[in-house]
Ligand binder design. Structure first.
Ligand code: G6P
Length: 605
């Protein structure tokens, strides 16, 4: 997501800020910018794309001088990635510049109010209201104006602000978004992330919600929400850069697995109002369509397989799911009554783009489910719903997949509401279960140490099978892919009932079969498949819902996950499978974040 940093001292701020932004690159971003105070004015540089583009611009501007400044890497939320939308944002009078992480929920209201006073806005961002409101509130006292401004903001923020009239001073404030102050000698810093600080100082102040810091070269003063100065401890850190980027986790994959409750929350919560699902971005009449076709690649396709089950079940409309590399060359039958849902974390997968173009040519309406704002798929689609998972760095997707499934489920409930194929009671109950996904995902993560032990037990199985029925089968596809992607073990997902038609021939003593058993309607059927493989000597690791006692008599090992609606179970049951893949790969000494032969974003055919 976005990253912010700031510096005030005796050295030129530009190179220090750019270095800080480079350290924040790992988080993912689509544009960057810096601003410095110099000669009683604020100078700004912004660039879409890489920080290196910003460095080129900086090097071409010898007059870009100043010893106090702020910087930002932006991951677009409000408004496309562009130089105008990139931070810092400047007030209309040119006196203040701000960088911001987070979301200002009431920005539209503040913006409308300020526009009434004739203040002109340049960008589409929520952030710009902060700096415009600050300039409006400013009557000569920087601190007072800032305190007044932040008291109006709803949502989350970590901000850094400079003023042309107050050389050497930075104000930084925080609410529900990370912010650290870096303490040096004769120079001080701030950043959203420790990585932007560790090469300059290892002494930091952790800012808490509601606090405001006044940072000058020789002092850092911290105030509470009423403006009273408070004492804060300085913490000495001993992280190196690499571990800092991963927030202390050994791999990005683990960090991203652990981020899932937060990613789900960010994807779900803004779209539920008064217990209803609201897609402001979706002006779509579902009655127009007589079928839905889902297409994607890799894990996104597996999310689509789950989506197929949910949409068909709730909307009673035929749904197909197909890998994009097949669909694009198949001359599929579709027309203007077909809704095509394309799913992509990166929004740049070549096969998915080609399949989507093919469908559009045939007259279908395309709805994209994408994580990266402003990506090619987001732009080409007729409609786009974003997962708000934040940047995903590990090649094997985790939070990308679970947020895609959650969003597909929300879409299914929303569409069923429109088509009147769902009762009020069922709608309300699905909304509640969707809202509880982040908390249940968190509880599934509590299985971490138990899954680690199971991975230590089973890591040397050279060939594994994942079985399940219905929604469990859809989840099995992803569980198996996760394992093979990062551990290089042979792994296959099979519809449990299909085993007997061939694959059971491969079951031999000691073979591990992972049985997903959360789809309770077919539990007894899956149990009979478990018995069949056990009779041939397989060892069975089962994943079932909490409260399921009978599974203990069938399987060698059991992982119980929090109960949820059967249609949503894949979001939760995949979590121990992600952890299992992670620890098996670790036991086998594999390069977890960058598995051999794979790429995060496959932009060629
Ligand atoms: C690659 C990645 C997978 C991903 C697939 C689709 O193969 O390694 O993790 O699921 O591409 O990517 P997308 O960005 O379209 O979701």
């Amino acid at each position: 997501m976005c990253g912010i940093t700031g510096y005030t001292g005796v050295n030129q701020a530009g190179p220090i800020l750019l270095e800080g932004l480079k350290r924040l690159e790992y988080r993912g971003y689509d544009s960057a910018g810096i601003a410095v105070q110099g000669d009683n004015e604020i100078k700004m540089l912004k660039a879409t794309g890489k920080v290196s583009h910003l460095v080129d611009k900086f090097e071409a501007e010898p007059d870009f001088k100043g010893v106090c400044g702020i910087g930002h890497t932006r991951w677009a939320t409000h408004g496309i990635p562009s130089d105008t939308n990139a931070h810092p944002h400047l007030s209309a009078d040119g006196k203040f510049a701000v960088v911001h992480n987070g979301i200002i929920e009431n920005f539209a209201e503040i913006r409308a109010e300020l526009q009434k006073y004739g203040i002109e806005f340049k960008s589409e961002t929520d952030t710009e209201v902060i700096v415009q409101l600050l300039a409006y509130n400013y009557k000569g006292n920087f601190k007072k104006a800032l305190m007044k401004t932040i008291s109006r903001l709803n949502g989350s923020y970590a901000i850094g602000v400079i003023s042309a009239e107050h050389p050497g001073t930075i104000f930084a404030a925080k609410l529900s978004s990370p912010l650290l102050i870096g303490v040096g000698i004769g120079e001080n810093y701030f950043a959203s992330d420790i990585t932007a600080l560790v090469s300059n100082t290892k002494d930091v102040i952790d800012m808490d919600d509601g606090e405001v810091a006044e940072i000058t070269p020789d002092a850092v003063k911290v105030y509470d929400h009423s403006g009273n100065e408070i004492n804060k401890e300085i913490r000495h850190i001993n992280w190196d850069i690499a571990s800092a980027e991963k927030s202390g986790y050994e791999h990005f994959m683990m960090k991203e697995i652990m981020e899932q409750p937060q990613a789900l929350k960010a994807t779900i919560e803004p779209r539920i109002r008064d217990e209803e699902i609201v897609f402001e971005e979706l002006d779509l009449d579902m009655k127009k369509f007589n079928r839905v076709h889902i297409t994607a690649c890799g894990s996104a396709y597996h999310a689509g397989c789950v989506g197929r089950g949910i949409i068909e079940s709730l909307c009673r409309i035929p749904v197909e799911a197909e890998v994009a590399s097949e669909l694009r060359y198949r001359d599929p039958i579709m027309d203007d009554k077909t809704l095509v849902i394309v799913i992509s974390q990166s929004g740049e997968t070549a096969d998915t783009i080609a399949a989507m173009k093919e469908c559009k040519e045939k007259g279908a309406t395309v709805l994209a489910i994408v994580n990266v704002v402003g990506s090619s798929i987001a732009k080409l689609a007729d409609y786009c719903l974003y997962t708000w998972a934040g940047p995903e760095i590990a090649v094997a997707t985790t939070k990308g997949y679970t947020t895609q499934v959650a969003l597909l489920a929300m879409f299914a409930v929303w569409a069923a509401g429109q088509l009147k194929t769902i009762s009020h009671g069922a709608y309300a109950s699905m909304v509640i279960d969707i809202m509880r996904l982040p908390e249940r995902a968190q509880r599934a993560l509590d299985l971490n140490s138990r899954v680690k032990k199971l991975a230590e037990k089973y890591y040397d199985n050279q060939s594994l099978f994942f079985i399940g029925r219905n929604m469990d089968y859809a989840a099995a596809l992803e569980g198996s892919l996760k394992l093979k992607e990062i551990s290089y073990l042979h792994s296959e997902a099979y519809a449990a009932g299909e085993l007997k038609h061939g694959t059971i021939a491969l079951i031999e003593p000691g073979r591990l079969v992972v049985a997903l058993c959360c789809y309770e309607k077919l539990f007894e059927k899956t149990v009979s498949n478990i018995q069949q493989v056990k009779a041939r000597g397989a060892r069975v690791l089962a994943v079932a819902h909490e409260g399921n006692r009978s599974i203990f008599q069938e399987a060698d090992d059991v992982l119980l996950v929090p109960q949820t609606d059967p249609l949503l179970a894949p979001v939760i049951e995949i979590i121990p499978m992600q952890l299992f893949a992670y620890y098996v790969a670790k036991e086998n000494g594999c390069d977890i974040d960058k598995p051999k032969n794979l790429a995060k974003s496959v932009t060629v055919e």
